[in-house]
Design a protein around this ligand. Sequence first.
Ligand code: AMP
Length: 280
Amino acid sequence: MTIVTNKAELQAKLNIHRESGLTIGFVPTMGALHDGHMALVRMANRQCDVVLVSIFVNPTQFNNPHDLSNYPRQIDADIALLSGNASEVIVFLPEVEEMYPPNEQVIQYDLNGFDLVMEGEKRPGHFQGVAAVVDRFFKMVGPCKAYFGEKDFQQLTIIRHIAQLYHSEISIVGVTTRREADGLAMSSRNMLLTPEQRNDAPVIYESLLRFVRNVHAGASVRDCKNAFIETVEQRRTMSVGYIELADETDLSLVNHPIDTGRLFTAVYAGNVRLIDNVAL
Ligand code: AMP
C-alpha cells in the first residue's frame, strides 16, 4: 500500500502504472470506512490492476456546518482496513487546499435538474459540492473505472451525468448497497447513532420493502407513503424527511408504479440523516 497526499505525487505514481499497461480502479470516499466502501474496493480489485482509494471529507458538499464538524474521521483505522487488501492499493489523502487551491475559480455544473429533487431539494448546494470534488478528482486521476455505491443513488445518477458531459475517459461503475444483517444500509453515519436509534433504524429498510410489496399487491402509492411515515415514526427516535417514488432513469417523481421505479427516503435519527433506496 502506498499513501500519497499531493496531486503531483499521485499523478507520478499513476503514470508509472499506466506506462506498464496497468488499469486503475478509483474509489472516492469520505473515510470512516465500512464494508459498504470495501464492496467498492473489492469490485475495483476484481476489475482493475491498481486500486486508488481517496479519503477526503469534502467541505463543499456539507450544507450544514454541524454535520461537517460531526462527520466521523478515523484515518488510522481506515488505513489499517485498506492495508489488509492483497493487490496494489494507493491511498490518496489530500488536504482541503490540494482539492480547492485558493485562486481556483468555482464553476456551477450543469446537473440536468437531477439536483432539484429529494437530497438536492433538502440540501441546497450539496450536489454542486459533490460535482466540484468529483470533477477535480477525475481531472487529477485521468482514465480509470470509478466506483460509486447505489446507496447514494441520486449521487450516482449525477456523477454518471457529469462523467458523460465532462469526462469521457472515466467509466462509472455502480455497486449495490451493502447492508447490516438486520437490513440497515451501511453508512459512516451509523456510528453516530445512539444504541436506541441503532435499534430502531432497521425500520427504514423494512418499511421500504413493505412499501414495495404493498404497491405490487395493488395499494396506491399515496397510501403506501402514509403507511411508511406512520410505521417509521412509530419508533420515537425516527422522523421521515421524505419518501418518494421516482423513475430511476431520470429521477422524475411519479405517483404511480412504473417498471423503472425506485423508492428513495431520508430519515432523521436525531441530527443524523440516514438515506436509503430500493428498486420497486
Ligand atoms: P462516502 O464515504 O459516504 O462518501 O461513500 C463513498 C462511496 O461509498 C460512495 O460511492 C457511496 O455511495 C459508497 N457507499 C457508502 N455506503 C455504501 C453501502 N452501504 N453500500 C455500497 N456502497 C456504499
